[in-house]
Design a protein around this ligand. Sequence first.
Ligand SMILES: Nc1ncnc2c1ncn2[C@@H]1O[C@H](COP(=O)(O)OP(=O)(O)O)[C@@H](O)[C@H]1O
Ligand SMILES: [Mg+2]
Length: 399
Amino acid sequence: MNATLLSQHDDDYVGLYTRSVGAGAEWWRVSLSERPFMYRIEHGHVDGSVDIDTVVDEENLAAKLQKWYREGYLTDAQREAEHADPRASADFVAELRRLRASEPARQLHGDTVKIGTVDVPRGPGGALVPALNDAYLFAERFDDIIEDIAENRRVMLIGHTGAGKTSLIEQIAARSQHGVLRSNMNGQTTIGDFVGFWTVKGGETVWVDGVLPTAMREGHWLIIDEIDFAEPAILAVLTAVLEPGGRLLLKEKGNDIVAPHPSFRLFATANAVGAMSQFRHLYQGANLMNEAFLDRWRVYLMDYLSAAEEAEVLMRTFGPRLTRPMADTLAAIAADCRAAFAREDLASAFSTRRLLDWTTLMLRTGDPERAAGPAIYAKVSPEDAALIRSIIHHYIALG
Ligand SMILES: Nc1ncnc2c1ncn2[C@@H]1O[C@H](COP(=O)(O)OP(=O)(O)O)[C@@H](O)[C@H]1O
Ligand SMILES: [Mg+2]
């Protein structure tokens, strides 16, 4: 910038850059210095004080101008230009919120259970309802997922193993009294297990429903775990039932049509899909899911609980057998191990399940190091065990 070309004001400054602070403003003022090609800069605060008054050269000034812009300081002209930018409608969000407020709330039919801030229809109960975990922590960020379930959307949860994908669905089901069936795609699940098959019973040939038509007919929730390992035939069958109300055609059973029970819900979990694709090398054999398939789901990225949340879960789980500082220490160790995993210093993830089990065992043995053997060290490589041990020893002085 060549400030000498700017018209000089009566009050002798060539540029004023302000940013709002509450009702007032903070500013940087640039004026010409007595020395040629040098500029005087001052920094003023809301309370009228000036804490910087110095002289810089042109190059230095150019760098400052960029820094101020990044920090939100603008000239009056820039301020007007930002507001007038036709590409960024400042009204859009305000308008959206106004319209949303006048939208009718979701109609509630029958009995509901409040989970988080959402009313979830109550299910019929039964033997397939998962066991309630009283220590389970519903974070506010789960509300959108719970709302999707209430609205009968297909929900896919992606994230590292042990981040809490399966347990979130199970604990929502436990509270709303819905049965849950699970089908893991990273194993021996065949299309027959999934859809159904003919078999001979007592001399008669009978059809046995697979897990999908069973859940659809009886109104259970079906969790398809590790969907990124599913074989194409299973994905093809699934596509038909991804639309709400989507029916399943059982070709093998003479084109029998299965209509979904109103309580039926479909979930998927995956480790390396979409936003998690960067971790595909950690999940050997995971397939990329195509975007058209993903677009039929609401996909949520589940991160591990924060250290504060995890400490809270530890306190809820182990109650008076653990103090708050101890819970904080254990949660900090888990957080450090995950940071090492994210840096690829550790090859093994550190799940909440692992932390809870290690804690259970140290409460029994009174020895964190001994407890870490079967709960952690024996499950990972010697290199990983050594690094985890050093992280633990960083936080816990072992007697
Ligand atoms: N929000 C939470 N509150 C309490 N415990 C949790 C929570 N999230 C996860 N956990 C614990 O972590 C364990 C592992 O979670 P899980 O759902 O099996 O992970 P994923 O399916 O992502 O591999 C659960 O069994 C549960 O004990
Ligand atoms: Mg799981």
